[in-house]
Design a binder for this molecule. Structure first.
Ligand code: K1U
Ligand code: ZN
Length: 173
């Protein structure tokens, strides 16, 4: 397993609609393992394949908040929202592709997802709380959407400029 480098906004790869994953392969399993390692290393609670430069529909997440609790790594190939609640939740979101920037985003409080698991089995389950927020944020990444796309044009521009500056500074060192 290895830690991959994370694509920083603005970058055209973060605006692309990703392709469905065909049959699972050793290469895709390796990518999933690398993404989990990259997420835990960051540290983060989710990661989508385009954030490591791969334009395929794969996400990983672990939204267990308690640092003393056992980790719950989740790997989802071709995840889809099949049902969303009318009830909403507001959460201050961050993004590993937009370091140090946070903003409140309103999303459905509960979602039912379908996906293909690590073993190639089709799965469906409901998620709420932080899990629902993170998984929707990650699925948005697969559709070329970032959390700043929910903000006003002015806030989005401000955050984009800050991220651009940070990206330039990182490229210099
Ligand atoms: O997709 C990503 O960029 C990862 C992102 C997921 C996310 C966080 C919060 C709300 C929605 C989606 C992150 O993990 S940002 C880092 C973060 O939130 C965090 C890091 C360490 C401990 C706890 C949270
Ligand atoms: Zn993100």
């Amino acid at each position: 397993m290895s830690v991959r480098s994370i694509v920083i906004h603005p970058d055209p790869r973060l605006k692309k609609v990703c392709d469905p994953v065909p049959d699972l392969s050793d290469e895709l399993h390796r990518l999933a393992d690398d993404m989990l390692e990259t997420m835990y290393d960051a540290p983060g609670i989710g990661l989508a394949a385009p954030q490591v430069g791969v334009l395929q529909r794969l996400i990983v997440a672990d939204a267990v908040k308690d640092p003393d609790a056992a980790p719950e790594p989740m790997v989802m190939f071709n995840p889809e929202v099949v049902l969303s609640s009318d009830e909403t939740n507001v959460y201050e979101e961050g993004c590993l592709s937009i370091p140090d920037q946070f903003a409140e985003v309103t999303r459905p409080a509960e979602v039912r997802l379908s996906w293909i698991d690590r073993d190639g089995n089709p799965r469906e389950a409901e998620f709420n709380g932080l899990w629902a927020t993170v998984l929707q944020h990650e699925i948005d990444h697969l559709n070329g959407k970032l959390f700043i796309d929910y903000l006003s044009a002015m806030k989005r521009q401000l955050i984009t400029r800050k991220s651009q500056k940070l990206k330039r500074e990182r490229a210099r060192v």
